[in-house]
Every structure is written in C-alpha cells, then in structure tokens.
Design a protein around this ligand. Structure first.
Ligand SMILES: [Zn+2]
Ligand SMILES: [Zn+2]
Ligand SMILES: [Zn+2]
Length: 256
C-alpha cells in the first residue's frame, strides 16, 4: 500500500498570495504547500481523499493517471473545488468515478456542482462523470479494500476521516469523540491536521495534534493542513519522536 501526500496546506495554500513572511518566502520545498489531499493505492484500488483546489496540479506532479474512487472528508471549497478535472480520467479511461461523502457533503456537492448533472453536458462528457454515494459512519468496500469512516467534529459540523488498513487520515478536525477512539488502535501511520501554533475554533493547532499522536501512539504521525505559521526548519526539529510535519510529495509505503 502506497500513500502520497498530495497537499499539506491549509485553505489558502502556502505561500499565501502577497505574504512576505519567513515561510512564504522560504526556499525549502517543504514550505510550499498545495491544498490538503492524499492518494492511497491499495492492492486493488486507487483512492483519492478530497479533490482539492489544486487537484489538477497534484495529479500531474505525482504522475497519477487513474482513480477508482474519491472519498470526501467534507464540503469546504479547499477540499472539493478541483472536482471538475476528474473529467480527464472519465474521458481517457471511459469510466465513471465513484464518489463518497456523508449526507451533508453529497447534498452540498449537488448544489455547488449543479452543472455536472445537466444531461446534455453529461452526453458530451464535458462534465465530471460521477456516481454519488452517501455514506454514514459504517464501513464499506471499494473493490476488496475496506474503508472505515471516522466521524469527527470540525467546529460544529460532523465530517469524516478515513482508516484504510493501518493508515488513518484526518483533516480539518477539532474534536474526536471518544466513541471513535477504537478506530485509531494499532495504526502504523496517522496523518492529522495541525493548523498553526495558536488555537483555532475549528481545527486542531500544533499542540492539540501532538496530543492526538500521543494518545493513539501510531508508529508514525505526520501533520497536514498547515498554515504559513508552521515553518519546516523551525518546527519540525522541535516535534516529539515519531512525529513529523508532512510535506507535499511525501510518499509512505506500508504493508497492507
Ligand atoms: Zn480545509
Ligand atoms: Zn506568509
Ligand atoms: Zn474545512
């Protein structure tokens, strides 16, 4: 099983347009962050989590040419706005793509992407061709790959993280209900959001993300959805053992 961190940035990305701070002007490639997304290739399935605003660039950069399914964490624009570019996969491989999200996410996608349900445009294949699947907090399968949704809070809204084998991905989370703790047992790798150093009402900050890692003790933890407050050279060496900042292009190989 192969995991590619396609984007490790918060909603604005890093650098931020017009910002001259140390991180935004950094020469370190690990300080250049597209919007949050991850690609997971299992033995039988190619799974994308979220179609970020930077989806097209992320596919090109990582050399990804095929996707079987998209899992959506939630409907915020940084996580869905790249969806139009699924068209290229539909057209080239002549297939529909299954997309999965909770009820709110699927309903919001229907509103935001109203045009993709236009029958004439579908006939001409000039819109992304997708099968919508509304999921709740129960496990399901993509081919033979088991997907375990993890229901967490993003401020007041309920969103989904996902566990696939011994890997879990959690972004835009501000609270994990205790009822979901068992889904974090025996993880090899956890990717979890750590927005910035100061607290934030709807995202874990750095300290809270460290506490999550210490609570569940995955073998390795990587932080994502990072703002320009998180400078790689400054922050990464200060993190506890087995915890690191994620960065765009990070590849993790795991036994499934
Ligand atoms: Zn976000
Ligand atoms: Zn900046
Ligand atoms: Zn969000």
């Amino acid at each position: 099983m192969k995991i590619i961190l396609l984007g490790s940035g918060t909603s604005q990305g890093v650098p931020i347009i017009g910002c001259n701070c140390k991180t935004c002007t950094s020469k370190n490639p690990k300080d250049k962050r597209l919007r949050a997304s991850v690609f997971v290739e299992t033995e039988d399935a190619k799974i994308l989590i979220d179609t970020s605003i930077d989806f097209r660039q992320q596919m090109l950069r990582a050399g990804i040419t095929d996707i079987d399914a998209v899992l959506f964490t939630h409907h915020h624009v940084d996580h869905i706005f790249g969806m139009d570019d699924l068209r290229q996969i539909n057209q080239r491989l002549n297939k529909y793509i299954d997309i999965y999200g909770n009820n709110t996410t699927i309903e919001e996608i229907k509103i935001t992407f109203r045009y993709i349900f236009d029958e004439e445009l579908i006939r001409y294949k000039s819109v992304p061709l997708v099968n919508l699947n509304t999921i709740d907090n129960t496990r399901f399968y993509i081919k033979e790959t088991k997907i375990i949704p993890i229901e967490v809070f993003h401020g007041r809204i309920k969103i989904l993280g996902f566990r696939i084998s011994n890997f879990a991905y959690l972004t835009d989370c501000s609270l994990i209900p205790e009822s979901e703790y068992e889904k974090f047992e025996n993880l090899d790798v956890l990717i979890v959001n750590a927005l910035r150093r100061k607290p934030h009402p709807t995202h874990f900050n750095l300290q809270q993300a460290i506490e999550v890692a210490k609570l569940f003790k995955p073998k390795a933890t990587y932080f994502t959805h990072l703002t320009h407050d998180i400078n790689y050279e400054e922050i990464n060496p200060s993190l506890p053992e087995n915890i690191n900042l994620g960065y765009d292009g990070l590849i993790i190989e795991l036994k499934q």
